[in-house]
Design a protein around this ligand. Structure first.
Ligand code: NAD
Ligand code: TYD
Length: 351
């Protein structure tokens, strides 16, 4: 069946992988990418599909009510996959309101636009909200987040994502909108903006700059290759049960310090540096305020009910990621020029 899907945040890290997958896999769908092109959005991420006949880019902000109404009407949007968000915990600590605006108010604005446009036929359209495992809070040594784990967000970022998840479910309950939510663990892979741990370390190792590890580097994250997340979004969009939540993750937990050491080891080999060279760049810096200790997703529901599981082993995914950054120097240079330098100095100089 033909669809015209509005994908928000398609110029960002995960969104660009979702757009590429949908444009290439579903030539009979029209894909409309709505993105405000904040510092995190980059149309370079979409070079391969920019001329595809089933792809359109629209520069707009999800906070703009009139622009959304126009887009739903002009393109005849049948479904939404909503990824647009402010996504960086550190930025949420210094500017929480920006996260309330985009993640909470922007999501509600988008829900309203969809509700209005689909009035009278709400059961025929899907609003898919892409969220994070961080809404569940912080784990200690044992246990996993399951879909019924109570929400307990601990950072302004996760609080804003939790609020947006609640609004999506409230619209399903109150207005009978057909919605689905997925909560995914930390992603890594090509096109990841180098403010996040893995691309930041790859960039700094390459440039022989200090590798800032917060606290003792003991915090644990569960890492999933971004293309596997995009595949999961495809599966949930097409086969997810309306009203349900699906946790997505790789059963792949790492302490931050171990990831940083692995990157050092692999990059020494790839760059022909003497063993141990890059590890000398590791610098322990002041911890993040309210730093969540551990995230770990139990992704057995999506495997059992929808047949999705990660396709790549971490070792292979990290190799592909490093290789992509080494082969795409101009991308890295472009995104780290200008505003990035200012952010970097402000955030790290006094740690
Ligand atoms: P990102 O920061 O790389 O990209 C966000 C995109 O949204 C950018 O292209 C940006 O320009 C756009 N955007 C921001 N504010 C906007 C606005 N007001 N209107 C329109 N567009 C706007 O983020 P990401 O890492 O690709 O994350 C995408 C989604 O997935 C987010 O909702 C995030 O919460 C969720 N998520 C991310 C991860 C992760 O590890 N990165 C894990 C789980 C869930
Ligand atoms: P990040 O990539 O920002 O993702 P999130 O906070 O959403 O999990 O950070 C991943 C982990 O790495 C987190 O525990 C914080 C830590 N970290 C550092 O130690 N140094 C850094 O420079 C950054 C950006 C993160």
């Amino acid at each position: 069946m033909s669809k015209t899907i509005l994908i928000t945040g398609g110029a960002g890290f995960i969104g660009s992988h979702v757009i590429r997958l949908f444009v290439e896999k579903y030539p009979h769908y029209q894909i409309v990418n709505l993105d405000a092109l904040t510092y995190a959005g980059n149309l370079e991420n979409l070079k391969e599909v920019e001329d595809a006949p089933n792809y359109t880019f629209v520069k707009a902000d999800i906070l703009e009510e009139q622009a959304l109404a126009h887009i739903f009407a002009a393109y005849g949007i049948t479904d939404v996959i909503h990824l647009a968000a402010e996504s960086h915990v550190d930025r949420s600590i210094s500017d929480p309101l920006a996260f309330v605006k985009t993640n909470v108010m922007g999501t509600v604005n988008l829900l309203n636009a969809a509700k209005k446009a689909w009035m009278g036929a709400l059961d025929q359209h899907l609003f898919y909200h892409v969220s994070t495992d961080e809404v569940y809070g912080s784990l200690h040594e044992g246990g996993f987040f399951v879909e019924t784990t109570p929400y307990d967000p601990q950072s302004p970022y996760s609080a804003s994502k939790a609020a947006s998840d609640h609004f999506v479910r409230a619209y399903a309950n109150t207005y009978h909108m057909k919605t689905v939510v997925s909560n995914c663990s930390n992603n890594y892979g090509p096109n990841h903006f180098p403010e996040k741990l893995i691309p930041l370390c790859i960039h700094n190792i390459k440039s022989n700059k200090p590798l800032p590890v917060y606290g003792k580097g003991e915090n644990v994250r569960d890492w999933l290759y971004v293309k596997d997340h995009a595949r999961a979004i495809d599966v949930v969009f097409h086969r997810g049960k309306p009203g349900e939540t699906y946790n997505i993750g790789g059963f792949n937990e790492w302490k931050n310090i171990d990831i940083v050491r692995l990157l050092c080891k692999k990059m020494d080999e790839k760059l022909g540096r003497e063993k141990g060279t890059s590890e000398k760049l590791i610098t322990f810096v002041q911890d993040r305020a309210g730093h969540d200790l551990r995230y770990a997703i139990d992704a057995s529901k999506i495997k059992k009910e929808l047949g999705w599981e990660p396709s790549l082993q971490f070792d292979e995914g990290i190799d592909q990621t490093i290789d992509w950054y080494l082969e795409n120097e101009s991308w890295l240079e472009q995104v780290t020029s200008g505003a990035y330098q200012e952010y970097y100095q402000k955030h790290y100089d006094n740690r």
